[in-house]
Design a protein around this ligand. Structure first.
Ligand SMILES: Cc1cc2nc3c(=O)[nH]c(=O)nc-3n(C[C@H](O)[C@H](O)[C@H](O)COP(=O)(O)OP(=O)(O)OC[C@H]3O[C@@H](n4cnc5c(N)ncnc54)[C@H](O)[C@@H]3O)c2cc1C
Length: 545
């Protein structure tokens, strides 16, 4: 027990004020804990605070994303589009923060630099970037699966004389959105054609004088189908809010889609074609998350859809050589994140746009004038880095987290994360990783799955308090079993064949590469059922003291 002299400053410290962190801070305060939050950004919103690039928007249906249990907040928010844009999402996050009254719990513009578990006093010592320290009993990470910006390692990058920025550090406008959305007269390059690049490219292509798209790996992109919404259409699409949440919770990823019970080979070629056409025309992720149930487990089933989408690209891009460059050859449909697009492929029919395949001709250097690709110097005014994130574990890796006996989390996870339910790791008592590695909230509609995880963790802490328990840590056997299960489930899917952002690749001394999944793909519904069972059994697998 903590003696009076060692009483921590706070019962709980929450790192991050994205939609997950601020809900966690709210929930813990509601059960009577003293809570302090730290956020590197200047306000709440996380992803929607940082990513202000033009074109940034949800690819989850707006009305399926957000705080369902906060019925005082969700029903009175009138989503203006089927897939809300970043400014609206930031407004939503700010509105939610006001309703939950959590801003006062947070210190903004403050990074957590280190956290060390004090084994003797059973508290966490949290060090901030101004070197000040606070202590707490529970440490909750809500640092985000996609928040640690990744810049490419290109010689001369810092010498560029024009304007350059990473997509998640796009200059902020005066309101919620971006500045710099007009590229008239400018020579612009973008590096990266993942989900973010695919959202930015059509916007920049509208005004740029010359626009060079530097692509290493093409992705399978399918139409977003965004459109305005009014309250009546939301009512029709969503129906009763409680029933809708119950439906989302039954699905694999908490998106409003269910897979067909059919396998692809149980349908005729014509039936498959008709289904794929209707899914391609439908707004959102239906083409990835509904359709035949063996899409991600059977190569033949997958090849039907991959061929269908490849043909769509060939139809939409006039130059056959450019179309071939845009068709992925190294991964099957849906085994990496499927970017949702709006007029993306048509951009390559414009005279001001050039696609450059940097897997054929690598970037050699960046100079003050521009980017040298092979022997060619492309002169530029602006470079946009759409190079993504050190996903899932990246933001935690940037904090020096040390558990019992000074064990560094980075070292404990050197070979890949080791967790129980993706929520806690042995050796790190009272440290909880929300939407973290190996938990079922990351490969999911995070707006829903993150909140459900907050509710589960809050119930666990409430249980501990009610039973006079002060410390929680996974039992090693349960942790080993969970970690093995995460890898086993992943290895049975086609996802295991691609290098998506949810895979950690480590180069071994003998030159081989070990690839480890950072996420649990065994269905969000199944994940929560396992969590619920653990809770019903008195938090079986956690050593509670
Ligand atoms: C462009 C983009 C589009 C996306 N679209 C979707 C979508 O359509 N559907 C979906 O479900 N998900 C989407 N996501 C994932 C998105 O991240 C989640 O939906 C959700 O916003 C995550 O919320 P979070 O609070 O868990 O993390 P975040 O929103 O990432 O918030 C984490 C916060 O922690 C802070 N932080 C990190 N480290 C520290 C530190 N050391 N000290 C202090 N603060 C720290 C960060 O500054 C950040 O504000 C998208 C992500 C991106 C980048």
């Amino acid at each position: 027990m903590v003696s009076a002299a060692d009483t921590p400053h706070y019962d709980a410290v929450v790192i991050g004020a994205g939609i997950t962190g601020m809900y966690q801070a709210y929930a813990l305060r509601n059960i009577g804990l003293s809570v302090k939050g730290y956020e590197a950004g200047g306000d709440v919103g996380g992803t929607w605070y940082w990513n202000r690039y033009p074109g940034c928007r949800l690819d989850t249906e707006s009305y399926a994303y957000g705080y369902f249990e906060l019925k005082g907040i969700i029903p009175d928010w009138k989503w203006s589009e089927r897939f809300a844009g970043q400014p609206e999402l930031l407004r939503y996050a700010r509105h939610a923060a006001d309703k939950m009254n959590v801003r006062s719990l947070y210190q903004f513009n403050t990074k957590v630099a280190a956290a060390q578990y004090d084994d003797r006093q059973k508290i966490w010592r949290v060090t901030l970037d101004d070197n000040s320290q606070v202590t707490c009993q529970f440490l909750l990470s809500a640092v985000g699966p996609l928040s640690a910006t990744r810049m490419p390692d290109i010689p001369g990058l810092e010498t560029f004389a024009g304007q350059s920025f990473h997509s998640s550090r796009w200059p902020h406008g005066s309101d919620e959105g971006p500045s710099n959305t007009d590229f008239a007269g400018k020579r612009v390059a973008i590096i990266g054609t993942g989900a973010t690049g695919v959202q930015i490219i059509p916007v920049v292509a509208r005004t740029a004088k010359r626009f060079h798209v530097l692509q290493r790996t093409p992705n399978w992109c399918t139409p977003l189908g965004n459109h305005p919404l009014d309250p009546e259409s939301v009512r029709q699409l969503r129906g009763d809010i409680d029933e809708f949440l119950a439906f989302l919770k039954r699905t694999e990823t908490a998106f409003p889609y269910e897979r067909s019970p059919k396998k692809a080979d149980e349908a005729t070629a014509q039936e498959r074609q008709e289904l794929f056409e209707s899914l391609y025309d439908m707004p959102g992720y239906g083409i990835w998350l509904s359709g035949y149930r063996d899409l991600l487990t059977n190569r033949t089933s997958n090849s039907y859809l991959s061929t269908f989408v490849a043909n769509k690209i060939r139809e939409r891009v006039k130059d056959p050589a450019v179309a071939e460059k845009l068709i992925p050859k190294n991964h099957a449909f849906g085994t990496r994140r499927v970017p949702m697009e709006t007029n993306y492929y048509e951009v390559y029919n414009q005279d001001n746009v050039e696609l450059i395949d940097i897997s054929e001709q690598p970037i050699r250097e960046i100079t003050p004038q521009g980017i040298r690709v092979g022997d060619r110097l492309i002169e530029l005014d602006t470079i946009i880095y759409a190079t993504g994130f050190n996903a899932v574990t990246g933001a935690l890796d940037r904090i020096d987290i040390r558990g019992r006996s000074g064990l560094a989390l980075k070292d404990a996870w050197a070979e890949g994360p080791a967790t129980y339910l993706g929520i806690q790791s042995a050796g790190f008592p009272n440290f909880f990783t929300l939407v973290g590695a190996h938990n079922g909230a990351a490969f999911c509609n995070i707006g829903v799955c993150g909140a459900l995880q907050v509710e589960w963790v809050t119930a666990m802490i409430q249980y501990m308090r009610a039973n006079g328990l002060t410390s929680s840590e996974p039992l090693p056997g349960y942790q080993d079993h969970w970690t093995a299960q995460v890898y086993k489930i992943y290895s049975k899917t086609l996802l295991a064949e691609s290098d998506a952002w949810w895979v950690k690749s480590t180069r071994n001394p003998d030159g081989t590469v070990t690839r480890r999944a950072l996420i649990y793909v065994g269905s969000a519904a199944d994940y929560r059922a396992q969590c619920d069972l653990v809770a019903e059994n008195g938090y079986e697998g956690f050593e509670l003291r």
